[in-house]
Write a protein that binds this ligand. Structure first.
Ligand code: GLU
Length: 336
């Protein structure tokens, strides 16, 4: 399988090589690979962390404060330094870059989702490499439902947004391992995950990020969202030579999560993203069967429980009696 439209996510640990500085050697190698792929006709959008780390690098003399506003100060200072660095590196390849700072709140609204989508697609068409990050200055920790909080989930959302063929999450760890490979030499690389079940979640939970906001758990969450939206996902080591080209040619590197759905129209992908969901309904086994196997609508008799406050016409998530997500739909009834 070869991929044409690629969302590539670079984590903080990769971009800084675990130090307090952006690692220009790593960054220029990634940029060089992207430039080469673009010349081959591939369409690439970058999700880049590293704003907070760059801010820390710039504000070394300012004593660190452990509260959100200070993190936002770091992100604000660092984002321009991060973009300056990308701009310099891409200019060697005569490629123009663009910046898009997104928040969850912007995309919850269907209009915002479509505007972001149109802009990103227009940039792709013009051969401009768009570098996306969360708008950390306005996305506040305290209002969690309005914040992605980590760039793994943001990258899955962008892959959903632009209908990517593959989402590549590059890290300083080579993929999903049975345990944290940094402290357990027996840890085995998992090459392929067809279903994200409790065992996969357990394996992921052992590997936290040392510098960024996420870790393997948020990568698995992101993989779930992207694969449900019809996007293939690869988690791989960003320092391996030619990693992006190898993935774009479908080579077996890192951990591969095949797309769980066929390509679908934008409105359905938006519904599935969970951004638009106003509530949850739990349904019984008969209803799950009717929905999944017989392609039928959900009848009120199959509903065991409704959570959240929603109105007729709102989008709701549908869960089975064990709490597993089975789908989403437009409700004919209000929650009451
Ligand atoms: N947006 C944060 C930054 O640029 C990174 C979030 C993450 O580590 O996932 O520093």
């Amino acid at each position: 399988m070869t991929y044409r439209r690629i969302v590539a996510k670079f984590g903080t640990g990769l971009l800084t090589s675990g130090t307090d500085y952006l690692d220009l050697h790593v960054m220029s190698s990634l940029v060089e690979q992207i430039a080469r792929l673009q010349r081959q006709g591939k369409e690439i959008v970058i999700i880049s962390s590293g704003a907070i780390a760059s801010g820390r690098q710039k504000l070394q003399k300012v004593p660190e404060r452990k509260n959100t506003p200070f993190k936002q100060v770091l992100a604000s200072v660092g984002q321009s330094h991060l973009m300056y660095t990308y701009e310099q590196l891409f200019s060697r390849h005569e490629i123009t870059v663009a910046q898009a700072l997104l928040t969850k709140e912007d995309l919850c609204d269907r209009g915002g989702y479509l505007n972001a989508r149109n802009t990103l697609l227009a940039l792709i068409e013009l051969g401009i490499i768009c570098i996306v990050n969360e708008n950390d200055v306005v996305a506040v920790d305290e209002i969690e439902e309005l914040k992605f909080g980590d760039n793994d989930n943001l990258s899955a959302m962008v892959a959903n947004l632009i209908d990517a063929d593959v989402l590549v999450m590059l890290t300083d760890i080579g993929g999903l391992y049975s345990a944290d490979p940094r402290c357990n030499p027996q840890a085995q690389l998992i090459h392929r995950v067809d279903e994200i079940d409790a065992e996969i979640e357990r394996m992921a939970s052992g590997t936290a990020s040392r510098q960024g906001a996420g870790g393997m758990t948020t990568k698995i969450e992101a993989a779930r969202l992207a694969t449900c939206s019809g996007v293939n996902v690869v988690i791989a080591g960003g320092r391996e030579p030619d990693i992006l080209a190898r993935i774009s040619q479908g080579q077996d590197v890192g951990t591969f999560f095949p797309a769980q759905a066929n390509k679908m129209e934008s409105r359905k992908r938006w519904m599935l993203s969970g951004l638009a969901s106003k509530g949850k309904v739990t349904v019984d086994k008969g209803a799950v069967l009717a929905l999944k196997e017989q392609n039928k609508s959900l009848l009120p008799a199959g509903v065991i429980k409704a959570e959240g406050k929603f109105h007729r016409g709102d989008i709701v998530d549908i869960l089975d009696d064990k709490g597993k997500h089975v789908g989403c739909g437009i409700s004919n009834y209000s929650s009451s």
